[in-house]
Design a protein around this ligand. Structure first.
Ligand code: ATP
Ligand code: MG
Length: 562
């Protein structure tokens, strides 16, 4: 089964597309994802990308990636590049049909002229404030602009002169001539073009007038022959205007707009405004900080395109807004990685364990399966000797009730090795444990079929001499939207500080990893026994200084359908 074409069961959009194909309204399905290059793509955009791309595959149609670059003020080539990378990565292929709205500026201008010639657009001298005032409210109709009845000839002349830079920014605008008393405020003579001297990343200073989104967007779709223009619910009220522009501009094939609800996720921050501030204040390490849910951040943290696709599939498509639990995303990445990642030992908070009856000069190599659930992944040799590291929390001088790990007198299994019994331990002046002493029983070697006795605890370890040092970064959600604090204050506290989850990033500097992990390259993923799935950081990890991000812990509170 191809996940790309089958990842969405029949939803309301597919049913509409099926109808449109059956009754011959469209012969070919052409979808698009139209981001404005003014930031990084996030998990919500991923939904739109995968839906549109998925439909194009399912219906053997075409998918366009179109940069909606009609507002140069906030747009940057850096964002275009990151979006290209993210979309290709998510879709699992290099998108061939990449377009730029700015390539249509000439055509859009010509279509605006056509509207003027038809008496459907006029140049207006009202200021932005006045236009707002004249627009009326939901309960009151608007008033006609005093410039509404200019002659076609005068409008053509003024519009040309707007383009030629004869008027200052904001002095005039071109407006559609529709109906100032329309119930739908979007239809009350919306602005089509504004004067604004801005350098565009593609067209430079060629234009000093720029088309407004509501005019530009339907034309972009129509020019490209898009069949289904999928967008989020907030554009529902704009649909009549979308259709008006397509019709009045005389397009033969008319794209059909269909709206669906945005994807919202709990305990994350997606608003560009907030993320920009976190980046500027140095609270996060750029737009791809692994605590964020930009596509770049998810990739850096260790999410796979497959896990994101699975997640989007589970969230479904609807018209009602709702918020999806972050745990569902975690479930998807766990499912994706559990069979494919090698399982290795990493001690994140090491304390030394000495096996006093093990030969000082001996090292043995134990054969260990790379993934017990996936035999195809083979096995490796892991060194074992007298001195090892174990997790600090796996030893307690005074064990609480139901503690089955190491404490004086207790026997546990060292994973893939031997049973050891704790005989003693050493502490420093402050009472911190510095070394734990054990004896081992050579009869209990793993894989030899020993059945003599059972132990309740199994702990992992790494051999001390060969252990590789690494930095490990443990993440939690960046905010806790369920906390009282957050409910009261939101993201910002009264003093302007950010209301972050204090444990969103915990850095462990001196972790001890088994030697095979020395070869980890940026982006490589592993299961660290008992602690979760980890990914070598693509920004900071080097051969000399390994850095791993925890993608997700092993345990889950989420089960689909429960
Ligand atoms: P944001 O303000 O969150 O960055 P945006 O709507 O300003 O998002 P655009 O570049 O305008 O970003 O959006 C590109 C496409 O992505 C649009 O079709 C939009 O409807 C869709 N989109 C944006 N956010 C979401 C979301 N949370 N869920 C699904 N689709 C989304
Ligand atoms: Mg937007």
């Amino acid at each position: 089964m191809d996940i790309e074409t089958d990842h969405v069961s029949k939803n309301f959009i597919e049913r509409e597309i099926d109808k449109d194909l059956e009754n011959g309204t469209y012969q070919n399905i052409i979808t698009r994802f139209p981001p404005e290059p003014n930031g990084y793509l996030h998990i919500g955009h991923a939904k739109s990308i995968l839906l549109n791309h998925g439909f194009s595959k399912k219906y053997h149609g075409t998918f366009h990636l179109r940069f909606d670059d009609t507002n140069p003020q906030k747009e940057k080539i850096e964002f275009v590049q990151s979006m290209l990378e993210d979309v290709n990565w998510l879709c699992g292929e290099k998108i061939e049909n990449v377009f730029y709205a700015s390539d249509y500026f000439e055509q859009m201008y010509e279509l605006a002229v056509k509207l003027i010639e038809k008496g459907k657009a006029y140049v207006c001298d009202l200021t932005a404030d006045q236009i707002r005032e004249y627009r009326g409210t939901l309960t009151e109709p608007g008033k006609n602009s005093p410039y509404r009845e200019r002659s076609i000839k005068e409008n053509l002349d003024l519009f040309r002169r707007m383009k030629e830079g004869e008027f200052p920014d904001g002095a005039k605008s071109l407006r559609a001539k529709i109906d100032m008393s329309a119930g739908n405020i979007n239809m009350r003579d919306p602005i089509i073009y504004r004067i604004a001297r801005m350098t565009h990343h593609n067209t430079g200073d060629r234009w000093c007038i720029y088309p407004m989104y509501d005019f530009a967007h339907p034309l972009e779709d129509a020019i490209e022959g898009i069949s289904h223009s999928l967008c989020t619910m907030e554009f529902e009220d704009h649909r009549p205007l979308y259709e008006w522009f397509v019709n009045e501009c005389g397009f033969e094939t008319k794209p059909r707009q269909i709206e669906f609800a945005k994807l919202y996720l709990t305990n994350v921050i997606t608003g560009k405004r907030y993320i920009r501030k976190l980046v500027e204040d140095g609270i996060v390490d750029g737009w791809d900080d692994p605590r964020l849910v930009s596509v770049a951040a998810l990739r850096r943290r260790g999410f796979t395109p497959g896990s994101i696709r699975k997640f989007i599939e589970l969230t479904g498509i609807s018209k009602a807004n709702s918020s999806v639990d972050y745990a569902m995303l975690e479930y998807c990445i766990r499912e994706d990685l559990k069979m494919t990642c090698p399982r290795m030992a990493a001690v994140l908070d090491p304390v030394k364990l000495v096996i006093t009856n093990y030969d000082e000069n001996k090292t043995e190599y134990l054969e260990v399966a790379n993934n017990q659930e996936n035999e195809e992944m083979g096995s490796r040799k892991v060194p074992f000797s007298r001195e090892l590291y174990i997790e600090r929390e796996d030893f307690k001088a005074e064990p609480p009730k139901k503690y089955f790990r190491l404490y004086p007198g207790n026997e546990v299994r060292l994973m893939n090795a031997y049973f050891v019994t704790c005989t003693d331990y050493k502490t420093d002046a402050e009472g911190n444990v510095t070394e734990v002493y054990c004896t081992y029983d050579p009869e209990t070697k793993s894989g030899t079929g020993f059945t003599g006795r059972k132990v309740k605890g199994t702990i992992h370890w790494t051999e001390a001499k060969t252990a590789v040092r690494a930095e490990v970064r443990l993440y939690e959600n960046i905010v806790d939207t369920e906390s009282e604090e957050f409910k009261k204050q939101g993201i910002y506290n009264e003093d302007g500080s950010v209301n972050l989850n204090e444990n969103s990033l915990i850095i462990r500097k001196d972790c001890c990893l088994e030697p095979a992990l020395a070869k980890a390259k940026p982006g490589d993923k592993f299961q660290f026994l008992r602690s979760g799935f980890f990914c070598a950081d693509s920004k900071d990890s080097t051969k000399e200084h390994l850095v791993f991000n925890r993608v997700v812990s092993l345990k889950s509170s989420y089960r689909p359908g429960v």
